[in-house]
Design a protein around this ligand. Structure first.
Ligand code: PMP
Length: 416
């Protein structure tokens, strides 16, 4: 029974039950049409209405400025690793249209690497930058502007660790690292905030918000050239990806490629094509967009918008980290993110008994077994890092987190 489990999956993750009930109806009979939402033409007025509502609600929730377009696309966050690189390079090339191909020097792209997902994004940029012929230059110089890899991504970089390129084609960061549980602070004055003040003013900023999207307001949203997020954590079923992009970045990538020096961008990855066609250039993931739209409405109508959602998420994170810190003081667990200000509100990660060398110690096994019996689901850490990860996205209630806190306290008392 759904009401008896606390699903703390990292993604795909739980969605609000009332939204799923509504979606189930729409799946059979959308708005009295006698046809299900997945059976309607994506070019018909019903579906267009859904896309328009989703965009309007997202704009309201996140205060997206008019300077930015909102796009719905697919291919997951992973496809954005490639799309970002190809579109941003084209944008950069078109800014120096008059420079002939022989004289065009490939730009640097700056990546801030704070965990598994920004590592993968930078690796994809390197992969795509491969020179077109063996003696040619790479299509871009992929520069790591800062990384916390040497300390196993246990924090975000300190201000003095950043080394940005003055004329980079863009700076890329991942706001919340889903696997490592490390997140930039939401408070822009925190030392763990995104270092907006250190990034040269005219360098575009790109952010992966996949696992923290609509969990709290986006600081300096207007300063971003592009923000993207896969749906499958806070927004809806896997399938749709939201891209919020500054309108002047919507460029004809083919025109750029013809100038020479930048690669061709596959048509489905070009943001301009998506924007020119109202996100309906090809068949979109209709069900995923539909449920996402219901989730957005629900957050506005029933959860107090971003302010309300933020307040609840902050409470949840504080409660859980406080319980874990208490267990940490007793030597029972170790929080994997040492810097408190960089601890994720969405993915809370810790290890149990790393000292005894087992892949999964007996104490960890007891923890997981007991948790399972109490209804907690999908809380084992990612296979690449081990340990425990409780993902407490928007649809995980404060009550569920309180239950987890009680469980941790009882477990700690029993272990000591
Ligand atoms: N970025 C982040 C922060 C993620 O958490 C994920 C997936 N969990 C991705 C990118 C990749 O997304 P996808 O699996 O949709 O390609």
């Amino acid at each position: 029974n759904r009401a008896e489990v606390h699903n703390m999956a990292a993604g795909p993750s739980p969605l609000p039950t009332s939204v799923l009930q509504q979606a189930a109806k729409g799946l059979l009979n959308y708005n009295g049409t006698g046809m299900g939402v997945c059976e309607l033409s994506h070019r018909g007025k019903e579906f267009k209405g859904i896309v328009e509502k989703a965009e309007a609600d997202l704009r309201e929730l996140l205060q997206i400025p008019d300077s930015h377009a909102v796009l719905f696309t697919q291919g997951g966050g992973t496809t954005q690793f490639s799309s970002v690189f190809l579109n941003m390079l084209a944008y950069h090339r078109l800014k120096s249209k008059d420079v002939p191909a022989e004289q065009y020097s490939p730009p640097t792209v700056d990546y801030i690497v704070t965990g598994a997902w920004s590592s993968k994004a930078s690796a994809e940029a390197k992969r795509l930058a491969v020179p077109p012929t063996p003696n040619a230059q790479a299509l871009a110089n992929v520069h790591i502007a800062a990384t916390t890899k040497p300390t196993k991504f246990n924090r975000v970089p300190r201000k003095e660790e950043y080394n940005f390129t003055n004329d980079a084609a863009y700076v890329y960061y991942c706001e919340n690292e889903t696997i490592n549980g490390v997140q930039f602070a939401g408070d822009v004055d925190s030392p763990a905030a995104v270092p907006f003040d250190l990034i040269p003013n005219d360098v575009p900023i790109v952010a992966d918000y996949s696992s923290s999207f609509i969990s709290r307001p986006i600081p300096h949203i207007e300063r971003h050239a592009l923000i993207y997020a896969g749906a499958q954590k806070n927004l809806g079923p896997a399938g749709v990806v939201v891209v919020i992009v500054r309108k002047d970045l919507l460029v004809d990538t083919n025109e750029a490629a013809l100038l020479g020096g930048v690669p061709v961008c596959p048509i489905e990855l070009e943001y301009k094509i998506l924007a020119d066609n109202g996100s309906l250039y090809n068949t979109p993931p209709v069900f995923s967009i539909y449920v996402s739209q219901l989730v957005l409405r629900y957050l506005i109508e029933e959860k107090g918008g971003m302010a309300g959602v933020k307040e609840t998420n902050e409470k949840k994170a504080k409660l859980l980290y406080a319980a874990l810190e208490e267990a940490e003081r007793k030597g029972l667990v170790r929080l994997t993110v040492s810097d408190r200000e960089a601890r994720s509100w969405m993915n809370v990660t810790w290890v149990i008994d790393e000292a005894d060398g087992d892949e999964e110690s007996s104490r960890e096994k007891r923890f997981l077994k007991g948790a399972e019996a109490q209804g907690f689901r999908q809380i084992k850490g990612h296979r690449s890092v081990g340990g425990i990860r409780a993902s407490i996205y928007n649809a995980v209630s404060l009550e569920s987190v309180q239950e987890l806190v009680n469980y941790i306290k009882n477990w700690a008392a029993a272990e000591k």
